[in-house]
Design a protein around this ligand. Structure first.
Ligand SMILES: CC(C)(COP(=O)(O)OP(=O)(O)OC[C@H]1O[C@@H](n2cnc3c(N)ncnc32)[C@H](O)[C@@H]1OP(=O)(O)O)[C@@H](O)C(=O)NCCC(=O)NCCS
Length: 200
């Protein structure tokens, strides 16, 4: 893919933030530090610096060029703030055609259906543009908001992994869920983005 994708929803625009967006990204993570910390990996002090974000966002553009990771930020229409995050990562092609989905919404925008709206756009992108077959999303057993959100989007529970991810400094069990494309005979030759590498 030459350009980075942009996805439009009613209330947001999903873009792959580049180094120019470092300040907005840092602002999101600073403002939502307490809100996100129970559900995310432990952050080092360096995480909350502009230099970190400039580098990370530059690296993310390489993942996009490689078609293996699409770390979207959802912006307001004026591009003045980051409302939420939709990360489509670990994209694998070949017979698996799958990815992981990670997400968060700013504390002040919780409970408005915005996360659902953003993830619906991300899911469409993964299925229609990337031609993927399976989207995997996992959550802490106690993360009821996340469980409700995934259920609303049609994700189904597939398992329970012990000591699966190091969250907030501790190895935590996770509920494993997935959304599988309804077309059970996805034709791997019909790949809208002509992705012909990363065979597994
Ligand atoms: C998990 C998380 C993303 C859920 O966000 P959310 O705001 O609850 O999700 P939505 O945007 O879809 O909003 C749904 C809620 O808004 C309400 N709502 C209001 N207007 C709505 C609308 N127009 N459309 C849909 N829902 C609407 C729904 O009733 C629902 O409320 P309920 O959960 O009390 O039933 C959020 O809590 C979060 O960022 N948590 C911290 C990070 C995190 O846990 N990430 C996931 C790790 S696995």
């Amino acid at each position: 893919m030459n350009d980075t994708p942009t996805l439009q929803t009613d209330r947001t625009i999903l873009k792959i933030p580049g180094p120019d967006d470092a300040a907005l990204m840092l602002g999101y993570y600073l403002e939502n530090r307490e809100h996100l910390s129970p559900w995310e990996p432990e952050r080092t002090p360096a995480f909350y610096t502009l230099a970190h974000w400039e580098k990370l966002l530059r690296d993310n553009l390489e993942l996009v060029a490689d078609n293996t990771g699409f770390r979207f930020a959802a912006f307001d229409h004026a591009h003045s703030e980051v409302l939420g995050i939709c990360n489509i990562t670990n994209v694998v092609y070949g017979p698996f055609q799958a990815c992981n989905l990670g997400y968060s919404i700013a504390r002040k925008h919780e409970g408005k259906g915005l996360m659902t709206e953003i993830l619906e756009a991300g899911i469409r992108f993964a299925f229609q543009d990337l031609g993927l077959h399976r989207i995997m999303a996992n959550h802490l057993p106690c993360n009821e908001r996340s469980a409700r959100l995934l259920q609303r989007l049609g994700f189904e529970r597939e398992g329970y992994a012990k000591s699966y991810l190091k969250i907030s400094g501790r190895w935590e069990d996770h509920v494993l869920t997935a959304l599988v494309h309804s077309d059970q005979v996805t034709d791997t030759s019909q790949n809208p983005m002509n992705i012909d590498k990363h065979e597994v």
